[in-house]
Write a protein that binds this ligand. Structure first.
Ligand code: ZN
Length: 454
């Protein structure tokens, strides 16, 4: 049983279906999918060999959102959104239940929490509980690159909660029902981070935090845990995936629960949707083309001419000689020379792509209609001389100093902290933060910028 958790920071820009398949988990839990239902596309919702369960943020677009992908050999018995049961659809079945004591929250608070798309619960036939995801807290100082003052670190409310929630060997009896699987197998491994700041480039120096966990109930972890790892080599997000392998195996359910994306009307019967990509080709029409730059070997014959009296699009783009020719934008105009197939929209689309590839930058000149890209192209030509002129008038700021250790140009920053220096600018080493012994990490160079630079 291979379990994976990954904060993907955007499912559409991130790993994609192929990436998810390559991770090879029986259950893959993704956070920050940042998709809402209207943005969920079929290739992301319907990954081959998996059934998937999404919770979307209902209050903001492109924000939070989680998804659980289960291999077909690990199909859950039930699946539901949220942690409170308020989003379970009455009468539709599939709810997991077991919400615990929710008395400390009002229904409004619970609904607001579950509307953010933060949790999916799936119920499998193993009788144990595993909690996995980005819990946005580094548990111990060893899990943080800059833990700071130990007392203040420990007093953080999220850490105190984790202290009570997690089991430790020789801890108080009865405390801690769950086990941090990574720390069970690697109790003192340093620099085991799962999240790095992007703006400082800190992944290069592994200056990060461990925020992503697979927490298994004590009985399950102690009896069945075989492996627990972080996968910092997997790119695509500011977090990396984490995994746990248990000796137990899943017993799959026979049918996917109602929350499964397969039951969403927009994805039900995907074969039907494939018809969108298929094109009716008339008898006698032929299409032979090898690769993009097929040139002469390429011939396309369309089935039907426009009816008499119907004006060809060409007439709107009559060419004149000796005018602009450049760029990719005229590909769009190039289409006007084609006679659109009347019966098959897909046919025309294919031709457009074909023409764009075939014609490359050698386009018919156009008259009257100057695409925006062409205008920008012209502007670039004149802009170069303009820039040169303004450089002589306004030379701009002096180049930044180089740091002493790396001899590299420094970064200019501004004091944001409230106080007498707020707004002042200064130079520091431009390399990412890291351990002092790491030559790839920034040195301690510091210099106030002179007033001319601010
Ligand atoms: Zn430096």
């Amino acid at each position: 049983m291979r379990l994976l958790s990954w904060n993907v920071a955007g499912l559409r820009a991130g790993p994609g279906p192929a990436g998810l398949g390559a991770l090879g988990g029986d259950v893959i839990c993704l956070q920050e999918t940042r998709v809402t239902r209207d943005l969920l596309e079929e290739p992301l919702a319907m990954v081959d060999g998996y059934n998937s369960y999404f919770s979307f943020c209902r209050t903001r677009s492109g924000y939070s959102g989680v998804a659980t992908f289960c291999k077909d050999s690990a199909t859950p018995l039930a699946a539901e959104e949220g942690l409170s049961g308020l989003l379970a659809q009455p009468g539709k079945g599939g709810a997991v239940g077991c919400y615990g004591d929710l008395g400390a929250f009002t229904p409004q608070e619970l609904k607001a929490l579950d509307s953010e798309g933060r949790a999916v619960i799936t119920h499998h036939r193993i009788r144990h509980v595993v909690i996995l995801g980005d819990i946005n807290t580094s548990h111990r100082p060893i899990d943080h690159c800059e833990p700071g003052d130990p007392e203040a670190f420990r007093e953080h409310p999220g850490r105190r909660w984790l202290d009570g929630f997690l089991w430790v060997q020789d801890g108080p009896p009865g405390q801690g029902l769950f086990i941090d699987t990574f720390r069970l197998l690697h109790p003192s491994q340093p620099y085991a981070f799962t999240c790095w700041r992007i703006d400082t480039g800190a992944r290069l120096t592994n200056h990060g935090t461990r925020l992503d966990y697979i927490l298994a109930d004590r009985a399950l972890a102690l009896a069945e845990l075989r492996d627990a790892r972080i996968l910092p080599e997997v790119p695509g997000s500011d977090h990396c995936p984490v995994l746990a392998e248990l000796a137990a195996t899943f017993l799959p359910a026979h049918h996917c629960p109602p929350l499964c994306t397969r039951h969403m009307p927009e994805f039900a019967g995907t074969q039907q949707k494939l018809s969108r990509f298929l094109v009716r080709v008339e008898r006698g029409a032929s299409m032979t083309c090898q690769g993009a730059g097929a040139g002469r070997g390429c011939s396309i014959r369309r089935g039907r001419r426009p009816p008499r009296g119907q004006r060809d699009l060409l007439s709107y783009f009559r060419a004149a000689q000796g005018q602009l020719r450049t760029g990719t934008a005229p590909n769009a105009l190039g289409q006007s020379r084609q006679e659109p197939a009347q019966d098959a929209p897909g046919h025309r689309t294919q031709e457009m792509a074909h023409d764009a590839a075939r014609q490359g930058g050698q386009q018919e000149p156009c008259n009257g209609l100057v695409p925006r890209e062409l205008m920008m192209g012209q502007a670039v030509g004149t802009q170069a001389s303009c820039t040169a002129h303004w450089r002589t008038v306004l030379p701009g700021p002096a180049p930044p100093p180089c740091c002493l250790a790396h001899r590299q140009p420094c970064a200019l920053r501004t004091v944001r902290k409230p106080g007498p220096n707020r707004g002042r600018r200064f130079y520091v080493c431009a390399l990412p933060p890291g351990r002092p012994s790491d030559p790839r990490a920034c040195c301690d160079f510091f210099r106030w910028a002179s007033k001319g630079c601010s």
